[in-house]
Design a binder for this molecule. Structure first.
Ligand code: BGC
Length: 263
């Protein structure tokens, strides 16, 4: 009787921990479509086949109930990863005396060989563009080559389009690490809102292992773009399959324990 209870508790524990760990490492993934856009902040036709990801995961130090979020599309050619971000920010704020990440801005993180290391190595980089189209970066940024970006203010916030320079020639089928982050000053003169795509602990600036993955796909092969103002959650995340995997792993753990006990 007691043994059965212990076995049940054990099985339940295994299911819960499998679920938790699978969720914690639920890497999100997306695709960039092949092409070369004009970097001007306009969503021209070439962007229509790009997937859209939601940068809306609140980070631990994010204060506002509704921090600024973004929808980001990506495109690639041999030399650059192009990003087109629609940022939803009800009030644009920037205290020019602040550090660049403390003002309304969006960041992009890349790991060209998707090595997912826990610190920045030679092909990892952090880039940022603020509402005044001021470009900046953190670890690994090639700021001398980060010269193309455009910002367009909209009634919902702002659009940032930028060309992120790549260190090696990109190839179709290549998988890179990618993340993004929206910094939101809601009027306090400093950053209060922080949301990300894959990261959950506002550490993408230091730890590429938390990035999601992005496959450099063929021209026009990605799913059609969602409408610009569709704020529904991102279908390109892998959460459903991770959950299915976790449930299966949990079930097999239960079966294992049950079999052992019945022997
Ligand atoms: C982070 C800051 C960090 C900065 C470095 C930002 O994304 O949120 O904490 O100091 O990047 O560039």
């Amino acid at each position: 009787m007691c043994k059965v209870k212990i076995a049940k508790a054990l099985a339940l524990g295994m299911v819960v921990s499998t679920l938790l760990s699978a969720t914690a490492f639920a890497a999100v993934s997306t695709e960039a479509v092949k092409g070369t856009p004009v970097v001007d902040g306009t969503l021209e036709d070439v962007w229509n086949s790009a997937k859209v990801i939601d940068v809306n995961v609140k980070q631990p130090n994010s204060v506002p109930d509704e921090p600024a979020t973004a929808k980001v599309r990506a495109m690639w050619d041999e030399k650059n990863l192009y990003v087109f971000a629609e940022v939803f920010d009800s009030k644009l704020n920037k205290d020019a005396k602040q550090q660049p990440w403390e003002v309304d801005s969006i960041e992009f993180f890349i790991d060209e060989n998707n090595s997912k290391g826990t610190y920045y190595d030679g092909d990892d980089a952090q880039y940022r563009v603020d509402i005044d189209n001021i470009r900046s970066g953190g670890s690994g940024a090639q700021l001398d080559l980060f010269t193309q970006s455009a910002v367009v203010k909209t009634d919902k916030g702002y659009i940032v389009e930028a060309a992120i320079p790549l260190r090696r020639d990109a190839k179709e089928g290549q998988v890179i690490g990618f993340d993004s982050q929206v910094n939101d000053d809601t009027g306090a003169g400093k950053r209060e809102g922080i949301v990300g795509w894959s990261q959950t602990n506002e550490d993408a600036f230091a730890n590429p292992s938390v990035f999601g993955t992005m496959t450099l796909a063929a021209a026009g092969s990605a799913a059609p773009a969602a409408p610009a103002d569709d704020t529904s959650s991102n279908p390109s995340t892998g959460d459903a399959s991770v959950l299915a995997y976790a449930v299966m792993a949990g079930l097999s753990a239960v079966t294992m324990v049950a079999k052992k006990r019945s022997k």
